[in-house]
Design a protein around this ligand. Structure first.
Ligand SMILES: [Zn+2]
Length: 348
């Protein structure tokens, strides 16, 4: 027996673990990915992954790495919305950073391509310093409850540069799309057209998701993995796993083909828990250690806007700290497509 068979057999022997894995105790109509329980300590432990590790499920990584950190960025905006512009100016003013203030106010004079949020190269440079790579999830939805986001056709060159550099591009599905396979397909087509390449990875905007329907829609549209499954209002291991998995579909009684790379820490959710840098790092460090101890993966989501946002400097600092700590702990820090490929290739 190998990988996925060991995984399934071990979980089937323990009802509590099986129920955690399949999310049996969650509200079946949950779409918001909000944690609705009252025991936040419990979701800080990857109990199912720890159980699997003690029951013969073993995972290895390339180049003798001990565990993995999956790095992802959702690109909600490529131009700062007015609210960000106002806050950035305020922060730059308070900190008497006049060059930055001028940039916040007047960047558009140099053309739209000088937008502070068209910062993919800067993010890749930062990651390269630590031997890391990541995935950028781009939006192509036409509908959004807040504002029209951006036209993907405007940044074809940037998309192609990301892929040429060895980084990864996935689809950030629209707010309303999680339950609309036609919308998902149209968004996938638009992104592929701009990118000139097939897109296989997905994450829904606002982490909106319906278990197991969204997975089924994604499978139908040709996606090979998703990375939406996590929480919007806290951090943690939603179904006790810090390993990618093929979800079980209770409607068919079968395991699905699509892979889920669960999400564990979203920047905003972490800083909603605590605005304090030290505490935010403690929580993050603890989760990295937990994942490392069971040779798992920890998936983090840092929005591209954070990297050029004076009022979110602390958020960026935590990201850098993750890279630094990951390198020190011998983590494979890479994109979601590479993680998926490794899982697929090894039959985990
Ligand atoms: Zn989003």
């Amino acid at each position: 027996m190998k990988g996925n068979e060991i995984f399934l057999e071990a979980l089937r022997k323990d009802t509590e673990m099986w129920d955690a894995f399949t999310g049996k105790n969650e509200n079946p109509n949950l779409v918001s990915s909000k944690y609705e329980g009252n025991d936040r300590q419990k979701i800080m432990v990857p109990a199912v992954s720890e159980y699997l590790t003690h029951h013969g499920y073993q995972v290895s990584y390339p180049d003798g790495k001990r565990f993995a950190i999956c790095l992802t960025h959702d690109v909600d905006d490529i131009y700062p919305p007015l609210s960000h512009k106002a806050l950035s100016c305020l922060y730059s003013l308070i900190s008497l950073d006049i060059p930055r203030l001028k940039q916040d106010l007047f960047w558009e004079r140099k053309g739209r391509k000088s937008s502070p949020y068209l910062n993919f190269r800067e993010i890749m440079d930062l990651e390269r310093k630590y031997g890391a790579k990541s995935t950028f999830y781009f939006m192509t939805a036409l509908r959004d409850p807040v504002r029209f986001r951006y036209n993907i056709g405007e940044i074809k060159d940037e998309l192609r540069e990301i892929v040429k550099s060895g980084w990864d591009v996935g689809l950030h599905g629209g707010y309303y799309s999680y339950d609309d396979p036609q919308a998902i397909q149209a968004e996938k087509d638009r992104l592929e057209k701009a990118l000139g390449k097939e897109v296989i990875g997905y994450r829904n905007h606002y982490l909106r998701f319906k278990v197991p329907d969204t997975w089924a829609h994604l499978e139908k549209c040709g996606f090979l993995f998703d990375t939406t499954y996590g929480y919007t209002n806290t951090v943690g291991f939603r179904n006790g796993l810090c390993h990618p998995f093929r979800p079980f579909n209770p409607k068919t009684g079968n395991q699905m083909k699509i892979f889920e790379i669960p999400l564990h820490i979203m920047d905003g959710a972490l800083f909603d828990l605590t605005g304090n840098y030290q505490q935010a790092w403690q929580i993050t460090e603890n989760m990295i250690d937990r994942a490392a101890n069971c040779s798992g993966i920890l998936t983090v989501l840092w929005h591209n806007s954070v990297f050029n946002c004076p009022f979110r400097a602390k958020w960026k600092k935590i990201y850098e700290k993750i890279l630094e700590y990951g390198q020190k702990k011998n983590a494979w820090m890479t994109s979601s497509t590479e993680i998926w490929g490794w899982w697929k290739e090894h039959g985990y």
